[in-house]
Design a protein around this ligand. Sequence first.
Ligand SMILES: Cc1ncc(COP(=O)(O)O)c(C=O)c1O
Length: 391
Amino acid sequence: MSDTPIRSKDNFLIFGSPAIEEAEIQEVASSMRSGWLGTGPKVAQFERDFAAYKRVQNAVAVNSGTAALHLSLLAAGLNPGEEVITTALTFCATINAIIHAGAKPVLVDVEPETMNIDPAQVEARITSRTRAILPVHFAGRPCNMDELCRIAEQNNLMIIEDCAHAIEAEYKGQKVGTFGDFGCFSFYVTKNIVTGEGGMVLARHEEDSARIKMLALHGMSKDAWKRFSDEGYKHYYVVECGFKYNMMDIQAAIGIHQLQRVEKNWQRRQRIWQTYNEAFSALPISRPNDPENATRHAYHLYTILVDKQKTGMNRDEFLDAMTAQNIGVGVHYLSVPEHPYYQKTFGWKPHDYPNAMTIGRQTVSLPLSAKLTEDDVLDVIRSAKRIFMSS
Ligand SMILES: Cc1ncc(COP(=O)(O)O)c(C=O)c1O
């Protein structure tokens, strides 16, 4: 293999670097000039715009996807020790939010083809203590919502959707995040819409939406954010022990413009996805499956599987080789039971969730940001081909 990397070190391709345009830069500057940096009119606008995009009545902005999950689980009213069934292949925030809400996470394995929670195994893990199912639309691919909704209905369970990867995803024409009692979104820097840090909750019931809004701001009574407005000082009352989870106007200023370009960016990522699929067809790696019929994939992550038996190198060697070509790559994710905290606390073992374990040990996410130029995409392809063809 040639010693000269495909890209130079000072041109390192940062994984997940977001596409930021002048409109959001100007909007942030206008927030700063206005003096209203905290939760204010831009947050209210971003909530309205996001609700309209999702074709729902209410959306509540918060300062992370983790906060969105935590508050949804609290609003779900789980009692200590009650169980929430979720996937063994997700980011730790999904699991931690369940624990912080006082409930017990129960893991099930994923389907190897979709990398999403396996509905049949969900059904098998239901006990008298189960209260909710928390599916993750992994990499942007919608879960099997027909089955999950059927299981939830038959067993009187709530559904809390983790849509951190799946802003644009649809299942049979319905937008994800609107199937369950709660839909939770993340606007972290690598996500399909970014606000730096940020999140959003769609709650099916108006009263849950109102409660989440209140819990996100210390548990202060309605409209406490107006207390320093030009309408004069407003008293507020603390009605619950809440959190400091509110989104700032500076964050919403970014989000408002990101949301306006969400479909354009989706199209760009879809093209990159297809280009990768064609370019890698002859390589000895697994590429992501095509989207299922009647679904819309959000194209958040392009994940390949590197199996040493087929490629002659293991996943971590490939990660290092891509880094040496100055291409940033990611891992989404080591399966949840690989982490010592969960092993110690719940006794989970990776081999008990074999599909999530295998994916977690073989998966690599290649750059898929809408910011990528044609040359960037070619560099990723040339690097991967160079590495696999010389191994
Ligand atoms: C599947 C999943 N759930 C939850 C989160 C948490 O979102 P955030 O980083 O905005 O707190 C993330 C994002 O990082 C995620 O990928």
